[in-house]
Design a protein around this ligand. Structure first.
Ligand SMILES: [Zn+2]
Length: 363
């Protein structure tokens, strides 16, 4: 199959293909439904496919769609892998493979980055004892700019407003940190982490341990799109990896290919991320989580489209032309149509997965 064909037109198609791919391989399949449906009334679920357990082997987890609309890409990666293993084009690696499809199925189906409760799931995975409260310094002052209580307008001079907000807060690193670190005070605002563990959080809390089984070592690649130069990728870690893990990252992917969170780089320090939670709740496992982030366009464009879609969601009806327009724009920002981009990101993603497999199986 030519690579762009791995991108599905919508969530139900992606889901069907994912499940069919796992069945073809004879893998175990699970579906964990959430309490919402697609725009056409179909079931929404996190689907999990795992290879037959090989005792004593390491586990590779590959997840998609934590950020809803970004799942078009992650799902395409998973479909491509399943297809290549099923056809014999690539040998199925001697590892325990766990594929988590559409961690935020609602956002995937409705073309939102957030879930059915406006929650950014990558801010919702607070560890037991952490409180779902508070906002980063500066968010309150930015609330009116970030989250206007009105429908989006095409004529609004967004760029000058954004530049002014960035200047007022003291530059881009501070702006990024204030906007995107995760807030728990504005339920209709951007980068909202929720007031309690979401359904996806609870599903993972109940089952992740079982999926990774007794493996002493887990590598978890979580596919995302948005930040970075179009078509390029970086592995982002928002925690301190061990020395041995850093060595693996360098040897498997290359020294300049991963970044430990820092407000000056691509990323920023977040609260409630999936990576921190996976490590915190599996402290006896050597758990190496990386957010594999693939660039689409510049961060101001990303923010503009997120802000417009969030306004449309809260202040227009789902049938309004402004909602349709805002969703389509968000889709293009997180999953560009261009074949050139799609080929580049799939090539990069398969390379990352193969490097991880080679590294894990060589040990
Ligand atoms: Zn993302």
């Amino acid at each position: 199959m030519t690579t762009p064909a791995l991108f599905s037109a919508d969530y139900p198609t992606a889901r069907r293909r994912f499940r069919a791919g796992a069945v073809q391989l004879g893998w175990l399949l699970e579906a964990h439904t959430i309490d919402a449906t697609t725009p056409t009334g179909e079931e929404l679920a996190i689907d999990v496919a795992h290879s037959p357990v090989i005792e004593g082997h390491d586990t590779l987890v590959i997840s998609s769609g934590l950020h809803g609309v970004e799942g078009f890409f992650g799902s395409a990666v998973q479909l491509g892998l399943l297809e290549r293993w099923a056809s014999g084009a690539d040998a199925t690696p001697a590892l325990n493979l766990v594929l988590l499809h559409a961690l935020n199925p609602f956002g995937f189906a409705w073309l939102r980055r957030v879930n059915e409760q406006n929650i950014d799931l990558n801010r919702n995975f607070l560890l037991p004892g952490e409180s779902f409260a508070g906002s980063p310094e500066g968010y309150a002052a930015l609330d009116r700019f970030l989250n206007p209580r009105t429908p989006p307008s095409r004529w609004e001079p967004f760029l000058p407003k954004a530049l002014l907000a960035i200047a007022r807060i003291g530059g881009m690193p501070r702006f990024k940190q204030a906007v995107a670190a995760g807030q728990y005070d504005y339920p209709e605002g951007l980068f909202y982490g929720g007031e309690a563990p979401s359904r996806a959080h609870r599903i993972l809390a109940e089952h992740l341990q079982r999926w990774i089984g007794a493996s002493a070592r887990v590598v978890h690649l979580d596919f995302h799109t948005g930040l970075g130069k179009p078509g390029t990728w970086k592995l982002l870690l928002d925690y301190s990896p061990t020395d041995a893990q850093q060595r693996c990252l360098r040897e498997w992917f290359g020294a300049g290919r991963f970044e430990v969170a820092h407000a000056r780089g691509v990323a920023y320090q977040t609260r409630g991320s999936l990576g921190q939670w996976c490590r915190g709740t599996n402290s006896r496992t050597d758990y190496l989580y990386a957010c594999a982030e693939f660039g689409t366009c510049n961060p101001i464009q990303v923010l503009a489209s997120l802000r417009a879609e969030n306004r449309a969601h809260h202040w227009c009806t789902p049938e309004d032309a402004c909602t349709r327009h805002a969703r389509q724009r968000l889709l293009e920002v997180f999953c560009p149509q261009a074949d050139q981009w799609r080929k580049a990101v799939l090539g990069g993603a398969f390379g990352i997965v193969h490097s991880a497999i080679d590294g894990l199986t060589a040990a």
